[in-house]
Structure formats: C-alpha cells, structure tokens
Ligand binder design. Structure first.
Ligand code: OMP
Length: 229
C-alpha cells in the first residue's frame, strides 16, 4: 500500500517530474547502485524553477521549526540553492546571513575557502540529495573547522537508502541505516527533506493508468534491496 505523504511532498514530486529533474530509467549512483530513478537538481535551471524550488525549501524549513542563525551552501550545487533559499526566507520575514565554500583556495584578493558571512552560530546546511552521506560529512567538518555549529540540514530529496562505510580491510559495506538517520542520530543534526523516497512511492501508487505505472514495481524493488525502514 502507499506510504504516507504530505501535500508539499506530492506537489514537489510533480514539479520535479515536470521539470525533468526526476527521471526513471537505469542510473548508477555515486555508491555504485543501479537505481530505477535519479534526481538531478541541476535541472532546476531557470529563474522560475529555481524560485519555485526555493519556495519548497522555505516552506519545509519553516514548518519543521528548525532553528538557525545562518545558512551554508556546499560547492558547487549548494551555491545557487543557498542563495535562492536565503532570498525566499527573507521574503517570508526570516532574513538570515549565508555563506558558501570554494573547492579551490584563492591565493590573492580576499583569499580563503569561504565566501559570504563568516560561519558562526547554528548553521543550517542547504543541499540537494542525500544518499550515502559523503557530501554531508564534508560540510559538517568544514563548519566545525570554522568554529561554528553544524545544527541542521535541509535537502530536496532523501533517498532513504542504506549508507555505506569503509571497513578496516578497505572494503565498502552497507550499513542498516540511512545517511539521514546517521546525521540525525550520530551527529545530532536536525534534518528536513522536501520529499523522500516514500513520497515518490506514494505518488507512483496514485498513477495506476499513467505511463509511469511500470516504474512502480522497479522503485519498490529498489527500496526492498537498498532501502531502510
Ligand atoms: P552522497 O554524498 O553519497 O549522500 O550522495 C549525494 C550525491 O549523489 C548528490 O550530491 C549527487 O551528486 C548524487 N546523486 C544525485 O544527485 N541524485 C540521485 O538521485 C542520486 C545520487 C547518487 O549518486 O546517489
């Protein structure tokens, strides 16, 4: 039966499908898994789509009640995201400073790896997708290194799949919890996602007669193989 969902998540799944950001087929993820779906946030590639995406983040962040003193967007994909979300939060009466990082340190001018307001206080990380959690760990280390507190994370999609870890012998293995669960339970951050795999499944369950119907079984099978409770 269809997993539970909410109106914002369902609107967002529809929006991502219409924008071609969410696609079905055969894709290889960063962790090397063959996935029947892929979410490419780079496809929110015009002003209207980026604005609509920012509205979804702002709505999820404000409804979740997460506290924050500033926003951080990890390079590269998090940079336009954090800027757009900062504009939308300000429009809703929650103006907050923001910063982002460079991947390469500059050796002239103002120098350094960070651009924007110096990291301080409770930082809310704005990122696109969480699968195995590699990107999240990097942001958290960077914020701690700057003396600020990685407090929360807002993402567009939580794939709700098993995180991986490297064993003592160097082999990569699956662990029975997701990256989001790890970041929440072990690192103590609050995490909110506009949508998650369960919301996609809820959406597919409503599509009995559409051209998406054949993908329903594939996505369920992927969840059975790699998903977490
Ligand atoms: P982790 O760093 O392992 O959590 O994976 C997140 C990254 O995976 C994203 O930043 C993307 O580079 C990529 N990704 C997507 O963008 N969309 C997906 O649907 C799946 C992945 C992925 O490779 O797992």
């Amino acid at each position: 039966s269809a997993p539970e969902s909410d109106a914002l998540a369902q609107r967002f799944v529809q929006f991502a499908l219409d924008a071609g950001v969410l696609r079905f087929g055969t894709f290889k993820t960063k962790a090397g898994r063959l996935s029947p779906y892929f979410f490419n946030a780079g496809g929110f590639d015009d002003g209207a789509k980026l604005g609509q995406l920012a509205q979804c983040y702002a709505e999820r962040i404000l409804h979740s009640g997460i506290a924050f003193d500033m926003l951080f967007g990890p390079a590269y994909k998090g940079i336009p995201l954090v800027a757009a979300v900062a504009v939308e939060l300000a429009r809703r009466g929650h103006n907050a400073p923001f910063a982002f990082n460079r991947k390469e340190a500059k050796d002239h001018g103002e120098g350094g790896l960070l651009v924007g307001t110096p990291l301080r206080g409770r930082v809310l990380i704005i990122d696109d997708v969480m699968s195995a959690g590699t990107a999240a760990r990097e942001s958290i280390a960077l914020i701690r290194g700057a003396g600020a507190t990685p407090h929360a994370m807002a993402i567009a999609l939580d794939r709700q799949e098993m995180a991986t870890e490297v064993g003592p012998d160097g082999t990569v293995r699956d662990v029975p919890y997701s990256a989001v669960q790890y970041v929440q339970r072990e690192l103590g951050l609050a995490v909110c996602a506009i949508a998650k795999l369960d919301d996609l499944l809820h959406y597919l369950e409503q599509q009995a007669d559409s051209e998406l119907a054949p993908y329903k079984a594939q996505v369920w099978a992927y969840r059975a193989r790699y998903g977490v409770a």
